[in-house]
Design a protein around this ligand. Structure first.
Ligand code: CUA
Length: 163
């Protein structure tokens, strides 16, 4: 069977590209530990009950109470994503603080992208997306939903205020 030289080159290039991508996926998973979000041990994140007070940290009321100070300058916050808001949607921390975001959804897939940081997560019902960042510069950082989640998607945002 005769295969044209150009076609052969193109075919080999395509196969090489697939191999490169497969290696990249392997390295990111095994060396850098990049993985799909999964619930941490001991967390009940059933989307049907996750927002119920007493069941999970995402049920704490009022939502502002979901920001916990662990130590001076060290915080964690449990943010519940739902159509079409984040609760809490206004978080205030002092400059120089380190904060860990635990984000889950009680309905559909949402996103969580925080301006001027590398925080960019998919938020999946039943799973927990977690990332930590340190904020040295005072200012207002918006976080927005970047997964289309319905007619109110473009109104879904919140703010991290660093004082
Ligand atoms: Cu939530 Cu788009």
């Amino acid at each position: 069977m005769h295969i044209d030289r150009t076609e052969k080159t193109f075919f080999m290039f395509s196969v090489a590209l697939i191999i490169v991508f497969a290696i990249a996926v392997g390295i990111s998973g095994m060396v850098y530990g990049i993985a799909l979000p999964t619930p941490p041990e001991g967390f009940d994140v059933n989307p049907q009950t996750v927002a119920t007070p007493g069941v999970s940290p995402w049920g704490e009321q009022p939502p502002d109470a979901r920001l916990h100070e662990l130590a001076p300058g060290e915080y964690e916050v449990y943010i519940l994503a739902q159509t079409w808001l984040y609760l809490p949607n206004r978080i205030t921390i002092p400059a120089g603080s380190k904060i860990t975001f635990y984000v889950t959804s009680k309905d559909v897939i949402h996103g969580f992208r925080l301006d001027d940081t590398n925080i960019n997560m998919m938020v999946i019902p039943g799973e927990v997306s977690k990332l930590t960042a340190t904020f040295d510069e005072p200012g207002t950082y918006n976080f927005v939903c970047h997964e289309y989640c319905g007619v109110g998607h473009h109104t879904m945002y919140g703010q991290l205020i660093v004082e």
